[in-house]
Design a protein around this ligand. Structure first.
Ligand SMILES: C[S@@+](CC[C@H](N)C(=O)[O-])C[C@H]1O[C@@H](n2cnc3c(N)ncnc32)[C@H](O)[C@@H]1O
Length: 306
């Protein structure tokens, strides 16, 4: 079932770059509700769909019955090489990472991804393992919490908010989205809008809980190995911390030498391993943004392994 609550972002551009078709194997590292994968399958590709979310995985398993070319695994994309061994694949022709959280996860109060609903402060993609956001808020020192909110949320009021959270937890655990919202509200100067601040704090907690940046970096480093020569990858990011990492990876790996420009000869021996397919990040058209507000922050980058 393709759930209409999540509209796949930059779908046409993803297809253009990954060129799904008969005989072409694709790893969809962020399977979700199969928005992109169903297109790959329809074009004749075989798909290995990975997702940490239990609901997405179950949906994937039921789709396997209708689509013999589909295999799903509940595992992080950072272990895509392991998942490939599991299904007997050596190399693949395409990898998609459509990062972050999907609309249906945001709308599920039980996951705690959104400050709009009352729910547990969980924020894990895989709710069966790992540390929750409530655990993090219970464990971190004030300075660590302030750094997390600043570095992963780019929230200027990080110190003030961390101080308020630490004060609040002396009264009892901060365990729900509503509690967090109220603490942040009380910590803000009069007149400051709370929604953007909450968005940044929830983003920071989500990135930390799910180790999203290390997972992305590890996965980028694996791509040349899992993709054969001529294999292509597409990464769709939704905030600058992710997009910057993808950009830096492509910029670095498209170059033959990484030595400072003033060195007379190369001493690093670095050899390029990819060819960028996107010069700048591709954004959703005005039309797509109007239909699907989630696509507004999307940035797509793609490259081909040499
Ligand atoms: C933006 S959604 C993908 C939506 C999908 N492309 C579609 O059109 O239906 C991101 C998905 O990636 C999953 N996810 C996030 N981080 C992951 C990781 N490290 N490994 C596997 N899945 C992950 C989330 O659970 C979510 O289902």
């Amino acid at each position: 079932m393709n759930d209409a609550r999540h509209v796949p972002v930059l779908k046409d551009q993803t297809i253009e770059f990954l060129q799904p078709g008969p005989g072409r194997r694709i790893v969809d590292g962020t399977f979700g509700f199969a928005g992109h994968s169903l297109e790959f399958l329809a074009a004749g590709s075989e798909v290995l769909g990975l997702d940490l979310d239990g609901v997405a995985f179950e949906q994937g398993q039921s789709l396997e019955k209708e689509h013999p070319g589909l295999q799903c695994r509940r595992i992080s994309f950072r272990h895509m090489d392991r998942a490939m061994v599991d299904v007997g694949w050596d190399r693949v022709d395409g990898v998609l990472l459509d990062l972050g959280v999907s609309s249906w996860q945001l709308d599920d109060p039980g996951k705690g991804f959104s400050y709009r609903f009352d729910g547990p402060l969980d924020l894990r993609f895989n709710q069966d393992s790992g540390t929750t956001a409530a655990d993090l808020l219970a464990e971190l020192e004030e300075a660590e919490l302030a750094n997390l909110i600043w570095e992963l949320g780019e929230e200027r009021g990080s110190r003030r908010i961390a101080r308020a959270l630490i004060a609040a937890r002396r009264e009892g655990p901060v365990a729900t989205t509503t509690q967090l919202r109220q603490i942040v509200q009380n910590a803000l100067p009069r007149g400051q809008k709370i929604q953007p601040v909450l968005s940044r704090i929830f983003q920071a907690l989500r990135i930390a809980v799910n180790e999203e940046l290390p997972a992305l970096e590890e996965t980028l480093a694996k791509l040349p190995e899992v993709l054969g020569s001529g294999g292509r990858f597409v990464v769709i990011s939704y905030h600058s911390l992710e997009d910057r990492r993808v950009k830096q990876f492509i910029d670095r790996e498209k170059r033959d030498c990484l030595c400072p420009a003033d060195l007379p000869a190369c001493v690093c021996g670095h050899e390029k391993i990819l060819r960028p397919l996107t010069r700048k990040a591709v954004k959703a058209s005005d039309e797509e943004q109007a239909i699907n507000p989630r696509s507004r922050s999307a940035r797509l980058r793609a490259a081909e392994i040499l």
